[in-house]
Design a protein around this ligand. Structure first.
Ligand SMILES: [Fe+2]
Length: 299
C-alpha cells in the first residue's frame, strides 16, 4: 500500500490566469515560483508548493499531488498499484520541486501524483497578503463517498478521522485531522480548498486583509466541531471556496488512537468516530443565514 505522508500541491484550472495569480499572490500571499504561457506554480513563503494554475474551466480540480517518504521506490509503488488494477505512469518535472512522480486516476477521475523527493522553493522573505503555512486540505463532493473513502484508505494509506453520519468523511494522512474530505453530492466537483495559518491572530489579520480587498466572508469565523479548527471561508474571483484555518485537531501519535486533548473537545479522549446528523456545524461562531444543509450549502 502507498503511504501518503502529506498533501503537496493541487492543480486548479481557471479561465483567467492573470486574475487568479493576482489574487493568490496579493490576497493569499503565496509566491509565484514559475510561470509558463498557460501554467503557473505558487508556493508558500517557506517554499512549500501549494497550487498549480492552468488555463481552463473555472473551479475545477484536475490534479492532486501527495508526498510519500523520501527514498520510496516509485517503481515499486507502481507495481503495488497494479495489484489494485490501477495503471500508473511515470512523469518527470511535474512541478519545480518535483522531478519524478507516478500518476494515476482516483475514482472521481482526479489525477493523483505521488512523489517521494521534494526540493523546497527558495524562501521568499518579502511580506504581503495572508501568507499561509501550507495547503492544508481539499474537500470534494462525490456521488459515492464510501467508494472514494475505500480508495483513499486501501490504496493511498489514509485513515478515517471522522464521519458525519454516512455522508461526510474526513481523512488524515499525517497528524492533521483531515487532509482530504468527501461529502456526498450528486454532482462531483471541488467543494473547497483550505490553507493553514499559524494561529487565531493570523485568522483575525486575514479577516481584515480580505475586507481591505473587498472580499466578504461567506462563513465564519467559527470553531468547527468535527476537526475543531477555527475557520473562515470566502470565495475567490473564480468562485472557488477558500478556507483559512488554524488549531485543527492533531493526532500526533497514531499509536494512541486519539486526538491531542483540547479544552473544546466533546469527548475525553476525542477519538475518531461517527458523529450524528444532528451534530452542530460549529462549536461557536455564526455563518451565513443561507447555510441550510450543513457544509454542502455554504455560499
Ligand atoms: Fe475545510
Amino acid at each position: 500500500m502507498i503511504k501518503v505522508c502529506r498533501l503537496g500541491h493541487a492543480t486548479l484550472t481557471t479561465p483567467d490566469l492573470d486574475r487568479q495569480v493576482a489574487y493568490y499572490t496579493q490576497v493569499v500571499g503565496l509566491t509565484l515560483i514559475e510561470r509558463e504561457a498557460k501554467r503557473v506554480f505558487l508556493a508558500t513563503k517557506q517554499g512549500l508548493e501549494a497550487l498549480a494554475l492552468e488555463q481552463g474551466a473555472p473551479n475545477a480540480l484536475s490534479r492532486l499531488a501527495f508526498q510519500v517518504a523520501p527514498g520510496t521506490d516509485l517503481a515499486q509503488l507502481a507495481r503495488e498499484l497494479s495489484t489494485h488494477g490501477i495503471k500508473a505512469e511515470r512523469r518527470s518535472s511535474i512541478s519545480p520541486g518535483v522531478a519524478q512522480a507516478i500518476v494515476f486516476e482516483d475514482p472521481k477521475h482526479t489525477t493523483i501524483e505521488i512523489f517521494a523527493e521534494y526540493s523546497f522553493a527558495k524562501e521568499d522573505t518579502s511580506q504581503g497578503g495572508i501568507m499561509p503555512l501550507k495547503l492544508g486540505h481539499v474537500a470534494y463532493r462525490v456521488a459515492d463517498v464510501q467508494q472514494i473513502v475505500k480508495f483513499y484508505t486501501d490504496v493511498l494509506g489514509f485513515r478515517v478521522s471522522d464521519w458525519r453520519d454516512d455522508t461526510f468523511a474526513f481523512l488524515r494522512c499525517g497528524p492533521d485531522h483531515h487532509t482530504v474530505n468527501f461529502v456526498v453530492d450528486e454532482v462531483p466537483q471541488l467543494h473547497h480548498i483550505a490553507f493553514e495559518v499559524k494561529d487565531w491572530a493570523e485568522i483575525q489579520r486575514a479577516c481584515e486583509w480580505l475586507a481591505k480587498n473587498n472580499i466578504h466572508l461567506v462563513w465564519g469565523p467559527g470553531r468547527h466541531i468535527i476537526g475543531h479548527n477555527i475557520a473562515i471561508y470566502h470565495r475567490n474571483p473564480d468562485k472557488v471556496r477558500v478556507e483559512f484555518f488554524c488549531e485543527m485537531d492533531l493526532m500526533k501519535d497514531e499509536g494512541l488512537g486519539y486526538f491531542d486533548p483540547r479544552p473544546w473537545h466533546q469527548d475525553r479522549p476525542q477519538r475518531p468516530k461517527v458523529w450524528g446528523p444532528d451534530t452542530l456545524r460549529n462549536y461557536w461562531g455564526f455563518g451565513s443565514e443561507r447555510i441550510i444543509r450543513g457544509y454542502q450549502t455554504v455560499e
